[in-house]
Design a binder for this molecule. Sequence first.
Ligand code: NAD
Length: 297
Amino acid sequence: MKNIAVIGSGTMGNGIAHVCAQSGYSVSLIDISEKALEKALATITSNLDRMIAKGTITAEVKSSTLANIKTFTQLKEGVKNADLAIEAASENEQIKTSIFKELDSACKPECILATNTSSISITKIAAATQRPDKVIGMHFMNPVPVMKLIEVIRGYKTSDAVNNTIFEISKKLNKIPVEVNDYPGFIANRILMPMINEAIYSLYEGVAGVAEIDTVMKLGMAHPMGPLQLADFIGLDVCLAILNVMHDGFGNPKYAPCPLLVNMVTAGNLGKKSGIGFYDYSNAGNKELIVASSFKK
Ligand SMILES: NC(=O)c1ccc[n+]([C@@H]2O[C@H](COP(=O)([O-])OP(=O)(O)OC[C@H]3O[C@@H](n4cnc5c(N)ncnc54)[C@H](O)[C@@H]3O)[C@@H](O)[C@H]2O)c1
């Protein structure tokens, strides 16, 4: 395996491209948006600069990592030599099944097709292809260059050989793979999202304010980040999409997204990536966490 294609260059795609390129793979980073590709390269560059400043990598590693990444807006062009394609496009079933149909016809027959989906059924995505044995979930955590875990999700027809190959590659990326089965939310989000949703319900019902909810969980439970700040970092649209998949998949009202989350996403307050969520990120240089004005008491 030498060539990895990453489809989608947003929050996750740029991180996945970064770690693959830093591990020596030749990476094609693909997005329908030229702007998203430019932003991704700028993010990777500034993350590499931060690593140099911390002394964790050398300037040579930065230049070899950047040299290993090529960007494309045409999927067919970007995936033609890929041994592994990792899809990290928007969390939307229709988008993903249409990308997988395209990947199936454009990639080499032996190419493994992985998805970074947070919640959508791997079995359903695999069914859009003629190679369901070679489709697998490779769920990286955010921020990808920092977080060690890859949740490896086996679809109903994923072969043992493909599962083993993905375990090997994950280790080469200096990550720790964990195998889970294909049910809505898998493990990470099945447990995380109800907590985030409950934090949003607590805010919605006026039990406590944004900073207070996050402080209780940071100081009381030793979480490195409160659930509302974490939701902002994940993207509130992504959180809503995952909750909807779990709600539909299990038919259990305990996964119903809080109306406040629905309203915020509808209004375009998506968290850090849009500049505002539970906190206000509009002043990028400000390191202090500022509660968004609509939640100030
Ligand atoms: N944000 C997180 O913390 C997180 C964590 C783990 C997994 N995920 C999953 O990773 C995936 C990506 O999430 P994200 O947060 O990076 O989203 P994002 O909104 O930041 O980026 C998605 C990117 O996909 C691109 N895109 C959309 N349709 C495309 C297509 N047809 N072809 C190519 N590119 C396309 C968009 O232009 C955008 O740049 C989702 O499945 C999400 O559930 C997200």
